[in-house]
Structures are given as structure tokens and as C-alpha cells.
Ligand binder design. Structure first.
Ligand code: AMP
Length: 139
């Protein structure tokens, strides 16, 4: 399927809608998930226009996983998380709701249950507080 340049993450990349940013470089952007499954839930996207892992260039994939690792380390420190869950869905049939490839980063504590979708919108000030904590833990 052709890439839809009106998807919400493409709009975030173009600065047309706001996001609570954690990290940015020339190829990637990390920001807080607006409807978090858990405190500290954040997303990493490439700047390259690609819907899923099958469309992304090898160079884009390398940049995406590099930033995901960097931010995941910071999330682990910031939330003192014994576990880090990465999630990456490709296609509606897999549960993907935003058609611009992204990794979810979720700090996990033992036995904690979480819901992936259908969550309420989080307070932006709370998200900014979490983003500041993660930024402070970046290498
Ligand atoms: P997926 O189901 O893997 O496509 O995940 C999309 C994620 O994007 C969900 O966890 C949503 O909560 C999140 N999301 C949707 N819109 C925004 C937005 N404007 N800013 C931040 N996160 C968003």
C-alpha cells in the first residue's frame, strides 16, 4: 500500500501537530505515547516515509534500532525498570493503528499487566515530566 503522508506521525515529523519529544537526530525521533499503556511508554520513528518494517530501507532500519536502543536504556534508568518491552506492529491485521513504522518502548515491572489499545489520553504535563526524566537519563 502507498504511504499515507497524512498519518499522525508524518504530521508530527512536519511539526503540524505537537508531540512531547525525548530525542531527535537527522534520521529518527522519539516522543511520548499520547495514550500510554504504562507510565514511560514512548515511541521511536524514522524520518523516512515507511509504513512498516517491510518498506523501510536497511539504513532507516539501522537508524531506528540504534535510537530505540539508546532511548530504551534511558527509559530503563528513568523508571528503574527491571524489564523493557519493545513492540512493533506491521499492518492492521497485526494491530497497527498508525501507518508510519514505530517501535513502542515500555518499561515493565514484574507481574504488571497492560493494555495496548483503547486507553485514555494522558495529561500533557505528566507526559512532559516523564520525557524530562528520560532525557536526563540519555547517554
Ligand atoms: P500502533 O497500534 O502500534 O500503530 O500504535 C500507535 C500508537 O500511537 C498508540 O499507542 C497510540 O496511543 C499512539 N498515538 C496515536 N496518536 C498519537 C499522537 N498524536 N502522539 C503520540 N502518540 C500517539
Amino acid at each position: 500500500m502507498a504511504y499515507d503522508s497524512n498519518n499522525v506521525f508524518a504530521k508530527i515529523l512536519r511539526g503540524e501537530i505537537p508531540s512531547v519529544k525525548i530525542y531527535e537526530d537527522d534520521k529518527t525521533l522519539a516522543f511520548m505515547d499520547i495514550m500510554p499503556s504504562i507510565d514511560g511508554h514512548c515511541l521511536v520513528i524514522p524520518k523516512e516515509a515507511a509504513e512498516g518494517i517491510l518498506d523501510l530501507s536497511p539504513d532507516g532500519a539501522a537508524a531506528l534500532i540504534k535510537t530505540t536502543q539508546k532511548v530504551a536504556r534511558a527509559v530503563k534508568t528513568a523508571f528503574n525498570a527491571p524489564g523493557i518491552m519493545l513492540l512493533q506492529l506491521n499492518g492492521e491485521a497485526a494491530g497497527q493503528t498508525v501507518p508510519h513504522i514505530h517501535f513502542h518502548i515500555l518499561p515493565r515491572q514484574a507481574g504488571l499487566d497492560l493494555k495496548l489499545h483503547g486507553k485514555p489520553m494522558e495529561n500533557p504535563d505528566k507526559l512532559r515530566g516523564f520525557a524530562d526524566k528520560i532525557k536526563a537519563a540519555l547517554d
